[in-house]
Unconditional design. Structure first.
Length: 234
């Protein structure tokens, strides 16, 4: 019985000695730093990504949709011929790589946007087809979703500038075109800059151009946007 007790005791000491050594190191370190313990995990380093929310204005660059069948029934009772309006959007940047030549960040941006160019009270197409003349507030809009590389340059510890050289974008046109189509493809470009308010929050401004490839025969294809955004860094 004593033999088994001795083996058990020695085994316990063998298991416990490393933990005792670690605890002793903690005690010695605490004594050197003033006698306090800090078991908190160190703060996590930022990955270089961002989630942002933006607002601004959008502008058609090649005319307007006044006189379109679905925009205002061909101008039967007023034209929906506005060329500028609100622009809203959100998106996120994901770190992809470091530029091997200059050491700048290359990010992947996904951006979702809504732009309204006109909103007039006009005769609706449905009313025209039914032989009526009733009017309604009709918005001329573009909904976008794009994915692009974003090249970011740190100008200082708090300011960075960036450029989107090109990307791929899908545009949902509202209302449909005279060909009854509504889904188009575009190539987006953009530039911007932001300022680091805190480690977690940035504010910035941007300009974007949407080069529509006009697969829908829309009467006014390209548009540009300008806005400001708030970004949450991770």
């Amino acid at each position: 019985m004593n033999k088994y007790l001795l083996v058990f005791t020695l085994s316990g000491l063998a298991v416990g000695m490393p933990q005792f050594a670690v605890a002793q190191d903690w005690i010695e370190e605490a004594a050197e730093t003033g006698g306090s313990f800090d078991f908190r995990e160190p703060p996590r380093a930022k990955l270089g990504g961002q989630v942002f929310f933006r607002a601004g204005a959008g502008f058609l660059t090649s005319g307007n949709r006044g006189g379109d069948i679905f925009a205002d029934s061909g101008g039967a009772n007023g034209l929906n011929d506005g060329e500028s309006g609100i622009d809203l959007g959100f998106g996120f940047d994901l770190p992809l790589m470091e530029d091997p030549w200059f050491g700048n960040d290359v990010l992947g941006e996904v951006h979702v946007g809504y732009t309204e160019f006109s909103s007039n009270r006009v005769q609706t197409t449905t009313s025209t087809l039914l032989g009526g003349t009733s009017t309604s507030e009709m918005a001329v809009t573009a909904g976008t979703i794009a994915a692009s590389p974003k090249y970011s340059v740190a100008l200082s510890s708090k300011v960075r500038a960036w450029v989107v050289p090109l990307g791929m974008e899908f545009i949902i046109i509202g209302p449909p075109t005279n060909d009854s189509t509504y889904l188009d493809v575009a190539i987006p470009f953009g530039v911007g800059a932001d300022y680091l308010l805190t480690e977690d929050v940035s504010i910035g401004v941007d300009w974007r151009y949407h080069w529509n490839q006009d697969r829908t025969n829309v009467s006014s294809a390209d548009f540009t946007t300008v806005g400001a955004y708030v970004g949450f860094n991770f």
